[in-house]
Design a protein around this ligand. Structure first.
Ligand code: CTP
Ligand code: MG
Length: 194
């Protein structure tokens, strides 16, 4: 097979593996969320909800815990997983250095990715409410990327993420998010497919 293709494919698998704490934090909020909204049903100055009923404490806390838990697992597993990646790139070590080597590093990176994802998601809802978009109504790209941008910003506090990896993560996330939402819709967990 064309080595360039293998490289892009491996790098994509790597990008998804790096982002797993953020992705699974977001999915956990969807599964375990609900209950008391973070904004306490309060409105912003424009008379609309601060974040809305879709952003709850349960989702936030469970999401962060899951992100951290996945990070800890990665801290233990990454040394073995890295050998499975086959990235033909001069930047090989540069990329691999992003993965946590032990449980503490994993916990810190997982916490940043998980908390960043959930806070980015809340920021996205804040923006949607200001744009007069009701809870659950679509905001293309914002819905797919708010949590990704949040996770990348928070992760940047502890690791330096190369620009091309950031771009790859953003592109992949758009498709992964849409795919995950379609599955959640088919399972009856979401009312709309997007
Ligand atoms: N969720 C939650 N707490 C969070 C984030 C998400 O409880 N902090 C749950 C809610 O049940 C929410 C679902 O996950 O409805 C899907 O999240 P999302 O699509 O981000 O929320 P929406 O309901 O679409 O609301 P918004 O328009 O604000 O994005
Ligand atoms: Mg939504």
């Amino acid at each position: 097979m064309d080595p360039t293709f293998i490289s892009v494919f491996s790098l994509s698998v790597y990008a998804i593996y790096f982002m797993l704490p953020a992705y699974l934090a977001n999915v956990s909020a969807l599964i375990f969320g609900g209950g008391t909204p973070i904004d306490g049903k309060r409105n912003f100055w424009d008379g609309r909800r601060l974040f809305g009923n879709g952003k709850t404490w349960n989702g936030l806390i469970l999401g962060i815990l899951v992100g951290m838990g996945i990070g800890i697992l990665q801290g233990v597993l990454s040394i073995h997983v890295i050998q499975g990646f086959n990235v033909y790139s001069p930047l090989q070590n540069y990329y691999y250095n992003l993965l946590p080597d032990n449980m503490l590093q994993g916990a810190v990176l997982g916490l940043c990715l998980g908390a960043g994802a959930l806070i980015g998601d809340i920021a996205g809802s804040f923006i949607k409410r200001r744009l007069k978009i009701e809870r659950g109504r679509p905001a293309p790209l914002l819905d797919q990327l708010d949590f990704v941008i949040g996770a990348l910003i928070f992760a940047s506090l502890v690791v330096v993420i190369p620009l091309n990896l950031i771009i790859l993560i953003i592109v992949l996330s758009i498709f992964l998010h849409l795919g995950a939402n379609i599955i959640a819709y088919l399972l009856g967990m979401k009312k709309v497919w997007y």
